[in-house]
Write a protein that binds this ligand. Structure first.
Ligand code: MRU
Length: 347
């Protein structure tokens, strides 16, 4: 069952099996991969078949369903113990996106309550996480678009679109909504080195929706901003700390610094499942580092000088002081700080 009909569906539960759109080979090839074991689902998250914080969480929820079905067949009395190994495998797949931990925690709470065969109840919960994410994105799309003045140019970074979520997108949800309202003069996406989520994924999904997009190299962002072509820098997030500091794709911090310098507004769009009240500030957010080969190579071919070393943190932290507005499905926070975040989370 698919929860809602969307143009772009990165995660599909079909014939009792999880299928993921392989984002490593987009836009050249559109191919779904079937995953039938929890290890293959964790590997798919680690290897970026699926990526983007909410999409990682939804995938992990379906991973729990896959694991529970197998463990219950192996032992109807002991599955709640043995599934703990599977949850650990999923939890270890990527460290920064809090949505992964949030979704598995939701599923664990349900596991604690279940008596008998768990598959149907866990599947319903995974579908709900998926469906709620799409609904949240549509709400955030409207709330965020209301902030954007007619005639604005927007710049986005990485891919915080349908591909990174259950569907519709966070930052791209706002852009989709503002575009529909004919508010946008132009949409810019930066390439997002080294994985090229901007060039490969954001450009592809905007064009699939007939939204024209102009790509820029990350090094061109200050020139673009100083030319007066953008009024908003709109991004998603992998984890928001209790004080409003935002972890997102490496380069978001640089974009926000450049935006501040040029008097351009910064909007972060993320569901409340991305807010981690257990981390007081950005310094406490675990930042994933990936293989240096991602920098040194291009499409598997060595590109850098042989012998170069590489430092490859894939997320950075933008301090709350650089953010004008955080948009969530529960409401908007302008000039975010700890008190405003706490009030929103308690509402
Ligand atoms: O490494 P990725 O591609 O998983 O990083 C994704 C991002 O940084 C997104 O901006 C973030 O997850 C928000 S997605 C709605």
């Amino acid at each position: 069952m698919q929860t809602e009909q969307e143009n772009i569906q990165p995660i599909v539960w079909r014939n009792a099996t999880l299928e993921l759109l392989d984002q490593r080979i987009l836009p050249a090839t559109t191919k779904y991969i079937k995953l039938t074991t929890v290890q293959s689902i964790a590997d798919a998250i680690r290897d970026m078949v699926v990526r983007g914080a909410p999409a990682i969480g939804i995938t992990a929820a379906y991973g729990v369903v896959t694991a529970a079905r197998q463990r219950y067949v192996e032992s109807t009395s002991n599955w709640k113990q043995t599934i703990q190994d599977d949850l650990k495998i999923l939890l270890a797949s990527r460290p920064t996106a809090i949505n992964l931990f949030w979704a598995i925690n939701q599923m664990q709470n349900l596991i604690n309550e279940i008596n008998g065969d768990p598959t149907e109840r866990l599947l319903a919960a995974a579908h709900k996480i998926h469906h709620d994410d799409i609904r949240a994105n549509k709400t955030m799309g409207k709330l965020g678009a209301a902030f954007i003045e007619s005639g604005s140019g927007v710049l986005t970074h990485c891919n915080a679109g349908a591909l990174a979520t259950g569907g519709y997108g966070t930052a791209l949800g706002v852009i989709r909504s503002a575009w529909q309202q004919e508010k946008l003069s132009k949409v810019f996406a930066d390439e997002t080195r080294p994985w090229l989520q901007g060039a490969r994924l954001t450009a592809w999904e905007l064009l699939e929706d007939n939204i024209p997009v102009t790509l820029v190299a990350e090094g061109a962002v200050s020139a673009l901003m100083s030319a007066g072509s953008v009024q908003w820098f709109v991004v998603g997030s992998d984890r928001i700390a209790a004080n409003g500091d935002v972890a997102n794709k490496i380069g978001t911090f640089a974009g926000a610094v450049q935006a501040k310098y040029h008097g351009i507004k910064v909007m972060v769009v993320a569901p409340t499942s991305t807010i981690d009240m257990a981390v007081p500030d950005g310094a406490s957010i675990p930042i994933e580092h990936r293989s240096g080969d991602e920098l040194l190579q291009l499409s598997g071919q060595m590109m850098a000088a042989e012998g170069s070393e590489a430092w490859n943190p894939v997320f950075d932290v933008t301090p709350a002081s650089l953010i004008d507005v955080i948009v969530t499905e529960k409401g908007i926070i302008e000039a975010p700080n700890a008190a405003k975040i706490a009030a929103l989370m308690q509402a």
